[in-house]
Design a protein around this ligand. Structure first.
Ligand code: TRP
Ligand code: SF4
Length: 330
């Protein structure tokens, strides 16, 4: 009998247009779809844990996210792409697990109190049941598919640990063995700064969108902070303090060393250096843009992709729920 493939689940909250910082994450997801049974989820219920007060753009963001995913190379023939809120079992499992999860486990998740404070500064109250339950909903997402591996950023490590503890508690309480203990699968993702050196974020306007055109890319690259001490082209530059150079390291492996040398020796101007980077980013994003445009012209195909993904997810989820309900006598 063929060995069963490991199951992978991951998700993103649909909070707006993705940018090139997300690209390495999606490339990693795309690589995994060849070897594993993959479920990739648009986590719209998770988006509500912080954006509950403005839901007007949620439908738009769901669609944008699907387009960005397909454009970046996720293959609906290989992976199931689905929407969290289309699989109601996420809510049922969250409710059932919520009966026995100690409140203290939720409160001690390291980012919890921190984020409440961060959001409070922006005038937003996250002292809600939903926000407290964020890790629980995420655990339910994972356990519902009995996922073995969860590709996430390192910032999600505590949430994964929480999921594993929940599994052990469930098995102990109901004397059963339903779920694998899910392990995080960290990929080495290059941390890409925004064009101004801060963390890349749409809200800072320092991002390069996944669907940016040639002109927009050139403008964004032009606006990047370079070595401020450099005035003339012949001034020796310091690539280590330059944002453009950080991008060259990631996207221009073949020329990066050469650029470093030329910059330090005052032999390449920032304008030329930026032109090289723009051209490379444009070449990188062109096929993504093209796929995005093609898919965008086929709304029925998009609906069909989600319908299939939702169906696959619902089927897998229901199999798990049968076991869960039996274990809990419900
Ligand atoms: N919390 C994740 C993030 O912010 C998104 C997410 C929701 C998720 N549910 C998930 C990731 C389940 C992995 C598995 O990145
Ligand atoms: Fe940065 Fe390139 Fe200018 Fe050097 S030449 S400071 S690496 S933009």
């Amino acid at each position: 009998m063929a060995e069963q493939k490991s199951i992978i689940l991951s998700g993103m909250r649909p909070t707006g247009q993705l940018h090139i910082g997300h690209l390495s994450v999606l490339e990693n997801w795309a690589a995994l779809q060849n070897d594993f049974t993959c479920f990739y989820m648009i986590a719209d219920w998770h988006a509500l844990t912080s954006d509950y007060d403005d839901t007007r753009r949620l439908a738009d963001y769901r669609r944008t996210m699907l387009l960005d995913w397909l454009a970046a190379g996720l293959d609906p023939g290989k992976a199931s792409l689905f929407v969290q809120s289309h699989v109601k079992a996420h809510a049922e499992l969250t409710l059932l697990l919520g009966m026995n999860v100690p409140l203290s486990w939720l409160e001690r998740v390291p980012t919890y109190k921190d984020q409440i404070q961060q959001f409070a500064k922006q005038g937003k109250d996250l002292n809600t049941y939903g926000f407290l339950g964020y890790p629980l909903l995420m655990a339910a997402d994972i356990l519902l598919y009995r996922a073995n591996l969860v590709p996430v950023g390192e910032d999600q490590g505590a949430h994964l640990e929480f999921s594993r503890e929940l599994v052990r508690r469930f098995h102990h309480l109901y004397q059963t063995d339903v779920f694998p203990e899910p392990l995080p699968k960290y990929a080495k993702v290059a941390s890409l700064p925004g064009t101004d050196g801060r963390k890349m974020s749409k809200s800072y306007h320092n991002d390069i969108s996944l669907c940016a055109g040639t002109k927009e890319i050139a403008e964004k690259v032009h606006s990047m902070i370079t070595d401020p001490a450099r005035i003339k082209k012949t001034d020796p530059g310091h690539p280590d303090v330059c944002i453009v150079y950080q991008y060259q390291i990631i996207y221009n492996e073949t020329e990066e060393a050469e650029i470093r040398e030329a910059c330090s020796a005052g032999q390449i101007g920032c304008v030329e250096c930026k032109k090289k980077l723009s051209a490379i980013l444009d070449a990188k994003l062109a096929p993504i843009r093209e796929r995005r445009e093609n898919y965008a012209q086929e709304p029925e195909r998009l609906e069909e992709i989600l319908r299939e993904g939702d169906d696959n997810a619902n089927r897998a989820a229901e199999e798990t729920m049968v076991l869960v309900r039996r274990a809990m006598q419900i």
